[in-house]
Design a protein around this ligand. Structure first.
Ligand SMILES: Nc1nc2c(ncn2[C@@H]2O[C@H](COP(=O)(O)OP(=O)(O)OP(=O)(O)O)[C@@H](O)[C@H]2O)c(=O)[nH]1
Ligand SMILES: [Zn+2]
Length: 350
């Protein structure tokens, strides 16, 4: 027998539906899930009537708690996705499918930024917004401290950009600062990592695990099969009893850099976005379209608008971008209100 509470499971009442037991998703394959349940690790599949029926349950993702019909001699059946206390999702790559869950039920969102690269406050703010939205608690971890020239200054910048959030500077190579992360690595707690490629996510996970559980870039370079081909468990139990969720989807959530580059290059165009009369404006021929107006009065060239659109690949992105800006404004308002209240109460966040 295995105790699922060591995987962070909290019993909720009325869940004791007949013949099912709770489990946590540790890996998602194409049509098969790896789970842990009271009986140990199991493979499972979705119950079709529940997940493809009239009112389908949300598809489980790494970290999800589910209920299963346990099968001793074959794949178990997943019959319910239990309510999530935190979630990262993205647009499903398959058009028309809406949202796709990426990671669920984490406690802390480690936002990684490297001390040996340009530290960008804007990028940190985006990650913080995402983290607060997800329902997890953000923690800023500045990596590669051994390579930093002005760590103290960068830490201060990060602290200014992240009021109420703890900021740490660590090195996965020398081990400096790693011990300070211990409060987040308690048993039953789950972490996810946000950060650009190469920031040192895998190295930090390995440092926390005290062994190589994830291949780092240095190792992957020699891997002729290419990166990300190795399947690994997506919910990983650390020796401390805390867990880390790492899925390919999480890497995409961290992929803001390309967009940021584009935004910088097209800030003149983006100045007009979000100013249209209708928030869902497609900038074709709607009344009150700020883009059309700018093109008409010459403050924006049609050519530039078109190259913006083609670089963004799809109108969809433009819509997302606007949605993102709206959300960001709203969240910044709410967060600063909340931070003020907390500060007034003299509380520490955790
Ligand atoms: N000097 C130094 N190098 C580090 C440190 N952490 C990571 N690196 C190096 O930085 C490179 C990228 O590290 P990874 O851990 O693979 O980065 P990642 O964020 O997992 O990268 P992706 O898998 O591409 O998202 C590797 O060459 C590591 O050896 C550190 O604390 N100090
Ligand atoms: Zn418009």
């Amino acid at each position: 027998m295995m105790d699922l509470s060591s995987y962070g499971y909290c019993e909720i009442e009325e869940e004791n539906s007949h013949n099912t037991i709770p489990a946590r998703v540790t890996a998602v394959h194409r049509e098969r899930y790896e789970l842990v349940c009271g009986e140990g690790p199991v493979f499972a599949q979705l119950k079709t009537a529940v997940y493809y029926g009239r009112e389908p349950e949300p598809f489980p993702t790494a970290g999800d708690f589910v209920r299963i019909q346990y099968n001793e001699s074959g794949d178990s059946l997943i019959v319910k996705t239990l309510p999530r206390r935190s979630l990262f999702s993205r647009l499903d790559p398959t058009p028309g499918r809406g949202e796709q869950a990426v990671a669920a039920n984490f406690d802390y969102v480690f936002i990684l930024s490297s001390l040996n690269h340009d530290f960008k406050v804007g990028r940190l703010e985006r990650y913080l917004t995402l983290a607060w939205q997800s329902g997890g608690t953000p923690v800023v971890v500045l990596t590669k401290r051994d390579m930093a020239e002005n760590a103290v200054e960068t830490v201060r910048k990060a602290q200014d950009a992240a009021p109420g959030v703890d900021v740490y500077a660590v090195s996965s190579v020398t081990g400096e600062g790693i011990d300070a992360l211990a409060p987040y690595l308690r048993p039953r707690k789950t972490l996810v990592f946000l950060g650009s490629s190469g920031v040192g996510k895998s190295s930090l996970v390995n440092a926390l695990a005290g062994e190589t559980v994830m291949n780092t870039a240095a190792i992957r370079e020699d891997d002729s099969r290419g990166r990300h081909t190795t399947t690994h468990r997506q919910l990983l139990m650390l020796p401390s009893g805390a867990m880390v969720i790492d899925t390919p989807g999480m890497r995409e959530i961290g992929m803001w850099d390309a967009e940021e580059g584009l935004s910088g290059a097209f800030s003149d165009v983006e100045d007009f976005l979000g100013r249209c009369k209708f928030s869902d404006c497609t900038h074709q021929n709607e009344p009150g379209c700020a883009i059309r107006a700018a093109i008409a009065d010459g403050s924006l060239s049609e050519k530039r608008w078109q190259s913006y659109l083609s670089l963004k690949a799809e109108n969809r992105y433009v819509e997302d971008k606007m949605g993102y800006l709206r959300e960001k404004q709203q969240w910044h308002k709410e967060i600063s209100k909340w931070v003020k209240e907390k500060k007034k109460a003299g509380g520490k966040f955790r």
